[in-house]
Write a protein that binds this ligand. Structure first.
Ligand SMILES: C[S@@+](CC[C@H](N)C(=O)[O-])C[C@H]1O[C@@H](n2cnc3c(N)ncnc32)[C@H](O)[C@@H]1O
Length: 400
């Protein structure tokens, strides 16, 4: 390398370090990129570039410089920590775990890294190790509310509901979000009523699930709620509908099944990411992102068919939803939806699975109260859980 080139690389690198220390991350990133241009492959530059990109939350772009640098800078704790953060943010759990363990081994003992490590173990299905990791970090710092919530989630998902409740209570005592944590606690204790899930919880759940939704739910879990619901429309229902609403449309699985029968098809969903997938299908005339209660409060049109496949399990109490639906449906219009059945006499019951069940008599009472007549109820599988079919009730009501 020529002396002039070396000098340019050195100056750009020094500028990058100064800018990083001043907190001017964008300019630091540019300076490190320039240094790399003059000194390609230089580990110290790659390392600083990667770390800066992690601080800028440009995780995907941080991976390559960090991986390259760490091939030779094997003891660079900050580099390993940055790679661990980037990989965990990107859901690359196995590489994140390795990187975080290297960071901890080379002296970075930050609580955030220990929490991320526990999360990786959990996501990799290493539940016993994950529980140990959460317990260990909570012994060191009992005030980590997120760790209590995540440990509670691990217990809840593995069926240890009493242990989960202890963790959620501890999380609440340490200042965890009362709406979400109270909801989780109610799900495992079945004490106290939570009529609806926290909106942010459902929105985040499906925003994060959207990319994998079709592959995971349909291909892995054998989800068929959309198909059973549309195929099960009673024979006396019209062949063609003027205005169809796909409520909680998700990625739009109902659309190809109903499009030929709909002059106009609208989808509503709380999750922008799910709606983005639905839009890609190019089958809806209108798509609206929002909570169904709010969107239906001022209905723009009146529907003669409303479908809600596997949605009400995330809605909870259905009284308001039914009132709004009744107001935006034409007389004689059809309302078709699936629910997971609850015990007779129960209303909307939050389960440890974080889904709600709805008993048939609860649905009958809602129908009567809001001007619907029950026309058909089908009992059929909706998906599989641990190789076993989960049965749903498919209700077909007609607006009086
Ligand atoms: C299991 S998915 C089913 C999606 C689609 N109906 C299907 O059959 O593939 C449930 C969908 O309901 C949506 N959802 C849940 N609660 C909602 C609410 N209050 N308002 C609007 N959408 C909601 C979720 O965002 C999610 O996309």
């Amino acid at each position: 390398m020529q002396a002039e080139t070396i000098e340019r690389a050195r100056q750009a690198f020094a500028a990058g370090v100064a800018l990083f220390e001043q907190g001017n991350l964008q300019a630091a990133e540019s300076a490190f990129s320039e240094a790399l241009h003059w000194a390609p492959g230089r580990p110290s530059v790659l390392l600083n570039l990667g770390v800066t990109r992690v601080h800028l939350q440009r995780y995907a772009q941080a991976l390559e410089p960090l991986r390259q640098a760490l091939r030779t800078e094997t003891q660079a704790a900050d580099g390993w920590a940055a790679l661990g953060v980037a990989c965990s943010e990107l859901g690359q759990w196995a590489e994140a775990l390795t990187a975080l363990e290297q960071a901890i081994a080379w002296g970075r003992g930050h609580a955030d890294l220990a929490l991320r490590r526990a999360r990786c173990l959990s996501r990799l299905g290493r539940w016993v190790d994950a529980i140990d990791a959460y317990r260990e970090l909570l012994e060191r710092d009992v005030a980590q509310a997120p760790a209590w919530v995540e440990l509670g989630e691990l217990y809840r998902e593995t069926g240890a509901h009493d242990q989960a409740a202890i963790c959620y209570r501890e999380a609440l005592a340490q200042g965890a979000d009362p709406a979400l944590t109270g909801y989780l606690l109610a799900a495992v204790t079945r004490v106290g009523s939570v009529p609806r899930p926290p909106q942010m919880y459902v929105q985040n759940l499906f925003d994060q699930y959207a990319a994998d939704f079709d592959a995971h739910l349909v291909d892995t879990l054998g989800y068929q709620g959309h198909r059973v619901l549309v195929d099960g429309l009673p024979a006396e229902a019209p062949q063609r509908f003027e205005r169809v609403l796909d409520l909680g449309c998700g990625t739009g699985l109902c659309a190809p099944l109903v499009r030929d029968r709909a002059a106009h098809l609208t989808g509503i969903d709380l999750s922008a990411e799910m709606v983005a997938r639905a839009r890609e299908r190019g089958l809806y005339d209108a798509l609206i992102v929002g909570d169904l209660h709010q969107v239906l409060e001022q209905p723009l049109q009146r529907f003669d068919l409303v479908l809600a496949a596997d949605v009400f399990i995330y809605v909870g109490e259905l009284d308001v939803a039914f009132a709004r639906l009744a107001a935006c449906m034409v007389p004689g219009g059809w309302l078709a939806f699936s629910v997971e059945p609850g015990a007779a006499g129960s209303a909307a019951e939050l389960q440890p699975s974080l889904r709600y069940t709805h008993a048939p008599d609860y649905i009958d009472a809602l129908a009567a109260a809001h001007g619907f007549t029950g026309r058909r109820r089908l009992v059929a599988p909706i998906r599989h859980d641990q190789q076993r079919p989960v049965l749903a009730h498919y209700h077909y009501l007609q607006r009086c």
